[in-house]
Design a protein around this ligand. Structure first.
Ligand code: 13P
Length: 284
């Protein structure tokens, strides 16, 4: 089926109390791996690319590959642009065929974040593209965005409600204590805050920093209203480690298929595991 907006996928997830995995991909094989995982488990899927990957591959290449994958697939798939503060790149991705975008103006004061988000919501409305925004700041490293732990501010529940009302945004990523990258210890998730935000905001909430969150904590966050979980670092590591293993065993290997196939299979298994954690298996 054709690529769909992530809005209906995530509204259904919020209503039924599960979460949709949103996986960052950087190569064709990574994209194929997460789509195969979704197809095999009958799970809805959000394929994501960062701005860095848009610059690396081209929005048109990514959208074309995602469109082919989606057309071949029987499960609903959305293509999402992760963390972007550049209006021009957002428009470029929408024109290329992305069905979901994130405007990240969380580094700006509240009013500027509202204005930037509203501008994208208005532009996306005509084509039915989902818009995600962030309030507070998620710590850690995502692509070339680096947020020092000390600068990571948690989202205020009343501000979240006001933000949604003022912007008309479709999905909201409130900072609640997770971070991008691999955690040094256990993440310090403010579950009480998730509950308070969810009680004031009825749109789907997005859990960033999905790599390395312990299983029971993911389940708790989902039960409180998180409807989309972003996973990047962990999947990149699984994919790269499988390639390293091939070269460790055979340093002379020079057929890309010989190292891409095991990497793809390892990533597919990791994606299925995240889908199980999200509770999205069988929900397509
Ligand atoms: P991780 O790299 O920690 O999985 O975070 C991904 C993310 O939130 C992308 O927006």
């Amino acid at each position: 089926m054709a690529l769909v907006s992530s809005t209906p996928l995530l509204r259904k997830a919020r209503a039924e109390g599960y979460c949709v995995g949103a996986f960052n991909v950087h190569t064709l094989e990574m994209l194929q791996a997460v789509v195969e995982a979704a197809e095999e488990t009958k799970s809805p899927l959000i394929i994501q690319s960062t701005v860095g990957t848009v610059k690396h591959l081209g929005a048109d290449y990514i959208a074309a590959a995602a469109t082919v994958a989606s057309n071949r697939s029987s499960v609903p798939i959305a293509l999402h642009l992760d963390h972007c503060s550049d209006f021009g790149i957002i428009m470029q991705c929408i024109r290329a065929g992305y069905t979901s975008v994130m405007i990240d103006a969380s580094h700006d004061p509240f009013d500027k974040n509202v204005a930037a988000t509203r501008k994208v919501v208005e532009a996306a409305a005509a084509v039915g593209v989902n818009v995600e925004a962030e309030l507070g700041r998620v710590g850690g490293v995502e692509d070339d965005i680096v947020v020092d732990e000390r600068d990571a501010l948690l989202a205020d529940p009343d501000e979240c409600a006001k933000f949604v009302e003022l912007t008309g945004v479709h999905t909201l990523a409130p900072a609640i204590g997770t971070a991008h990258g691999i955690y040094k210890g256990d993440p310090n998730i403010d579950f009480d805050r998730i509950g308070r935000i969810a009680s004031k905001v009825s749109i789907p909430l997005v859990l960033h920093g999905g790599s390395g969150i312990p299983e029971n904590q993911v389940r708790k966050a989902v039960s409180l209203g998180m409807s989309k979980m972003n996973v990047a670092t962990e999947l990149r590591i699984v994919f790269s480690d499988a390639i390293k293993e091939v070269f460790a065993a055979n340093p002379e290997e020079n057929d890309p298929r010989k190292y891409m196939v095991p990497a793809k299979l390892a990533l597919k298994a990791a994606a299925i595991e995240k889908m199980r954690l999200c509770g999205s298996i069988g929900k397509a």
